[in-house]
Design a protein around this ligand. Structure first.
Ligand code: ACO
Length: 452
């Protein structure tokens, strides 16, 4: 947690670090050949497919682009380093959803939508009915999205003057669940004039999911959930709803950069899971719930929490070598390293590494030691595997240290990933639905045929 000489922390240093990371990335990958840009695809497409759909192309997209050889990450044509340096999470969410950066007026309208949907009082009430302190935080997130589904139906029914059973202040939330309509009114739009409702659900999810994470955090810490502050930015309000304290501009900026970095990333497992569910014409809330479920796994978003456990287990830079040798001997995975697409340094880790270093230098001795352990581990893993296997730190390696410097507990790391990625999930689902075709790959049958 940041404490030492924190008055000397300079918010402008964050932008400088991001731009320095960009320069380093450009220099280090200068000689890597430019990718053969895809251009127009004509279906059916021929490509080499490995297990786990490696190399498979499943759809067309304009949302984002990842180039693993160069270490590029692009959202709608904009480089991730530039977005981190000069943009905000609200602008980036708008960009992902609509394909262009917003005008001042469009941004104001968009922000107002997100602010309205920060308030998910019924969902917070439902969550309070559960022993969240005994529950996996991602399980609670998924449950929260289901409750948001119910809440959206309630809002819709209320707006249309339909009869609903509301929960009043004195009731136990689960006794008087707002029922909304019997038929789900939030299923994917079939008609052009229903598209607005689809967008409304995207705003609801992007605005409301942070409130779920914040509520889970508070309840787990024995505190009551709090209402949002509409005067705060998306990131500042998220921190405020978690801690009850309005964050400093520096804390707000750090959280904003983290949310921008995690917002979208190609056809990763959770995005694909969300899209598969959407492709059946289920609905947005089920689809995002599936994204959350997939993100939870330690091979995906759950790795950030595992990295912290691993660094604590190693405990000091001196132990790194023997610890790593043991893992290599056992052919075990080192959490926070490796990536299906990146065989170069992950650009998100290029930003998070220096941020972690900067923040750790103002933090307590324990955090500093954790960072130093991470730095030595990075060098050792790159020496052991780096060039040979293309294994470098990924987004999950340094994010936990950054969050720890903000005073956030490890079990919240993966939920924060979801708070950000919901922008990418909704954008890609929206895009895919325009030309929807149910996902249905095949398996290679290697079993018997004629058993008797
Ligand atoms: N530690 C040690 N070796 C590794 C690691 C690692 N973290 N990652 C890959 N390798 C090795 C594999 O053992 C394999 O070696 P081999 O060819 O000698 O058998 C080789 O690199 C290729 O690995 P694959 O399993 O084919 O890579 P895949 O693309 O299937 O997996 C994954 C990618 C899951 C991210 C993997 O690198 C991993 O398990 N990393 C650790 C977990 C992690 O950090 N996940 C977060 C990823 S980022 C995100 O999802 C947000």
């Amino acid at each position: 947690m940041i404490e030492q000489n924190s008055k000397n922390i300079n918010i402008h240093e964050i932008t400088r670090l991001i731009l320095a990371a960009k320069e380093k990335a450009m220099k280090e990958t200068e000689s890597t050949p430019e990718p053969g840009l895809t251009g127009l695809i004509k279906w059916p497409v021929t490509c080499l497919v490995g297990p786990g759909l490696e190399g498979a192309i499943s759809c067309e997209t304009k949302v984002g682009y990842v180039n693993g050889a160069k270490g590029w990450l692009i959202y709608r044509g904009y480089d991730i380093f530039d977005l981190c340096a000069y943009s905000t999470f609200e602008e980036v969410s708008y960009l992902l959803l609509f394909g262009e950066l917003p005008s001042k007026e469009a941004l104001d309208v968009f922000k107002k939508k997100l602010i309205d949907y920060r308030s998910i009082i019924n969902t917070q009430r439902f969550l309070m009915s559960f022993a969240l302190e005994e529950m996996n935080t991602m399980a609670a997130m998924r449950m929260g999205v289901n409750f948001m589904r119910q809440e959206f139906s309630y809002k819709g029914a209320r707006a249309e003057n339909k009869v609903v059973i509301g929960s009043d202040e004195d009731s136990i939330a689960m006794e008087t669940t707002p029922r909304g309509e019997e038929r789900a009114i939030y299923e994917f739009a079939r008609e052009e004039d229903e598209k607005e409702r689809e967008l409304e659900m995207c705003y609801h999810l992007i605005g409301g999911v942070p409130a779920i994470a914040a509520t889970i955090s508070r309840i787990r810490n024995g505190k009551l959930p709090i209402e949002p502050d509409p005067s705060l930015s998306h990131s500042a309000n998220f921190l405020y709803m978690m801690t009850g304290i309005r964050p400093t501009p520096l804390e707000e900026r750090i959280m904003d950069v983290c949310l921008i970095l995690h917002a979208d990333h190609g056809m990763n497992a959770s995005t694909f899971a969300a899209m598969v569910v959407a492709s059946t014409l289920s609905d947005f809330y089920f689809s995002i719930g599936s994204g959350i479920a997939a993100l939870n796994g330690p091979l995906h978003g759950g790795a950030n929490e595992q990295v912290m456990n691993m660094l604590k287990e190693i405990s000091s830079p001196e132990n790194v070598k023997s610890w790593l040798q043991d893992k290599i001997d056992k052919k075990a995975r080192v959490m926070g390293f490796g990536h299906r697409v990146y065989k170069a340094y992950d650009p998100r880790a290029r930003v998070l590494g220096p941020l972690a270093e900067y923040l750790a230098s103002f933090s307590d001795a324990e955090t500093q030691k954790l960072f130093q352990t991470a730095k030595v581990l990075e060098q050792e893993v790159i020496t052991a595997f780096g060039a040979k296997k293309g294994i470098f730190p990924n987004v999950d390696f340094y994010s936990g240290i950054v969050y720890s410097c903000l005073g956030i507990q490890a079990e919240l790391f993966t939920p924060i990933f979801a708070v950000s990625r919901v922008a990418g999930w909704t954008s890609r689902v929206l895009e895919y639905l325009k030309n929807n075709r149910i996902f249905r790959p095949r398996a290679m049958y290697v079993g018997d045929f004629a058993k008797e």
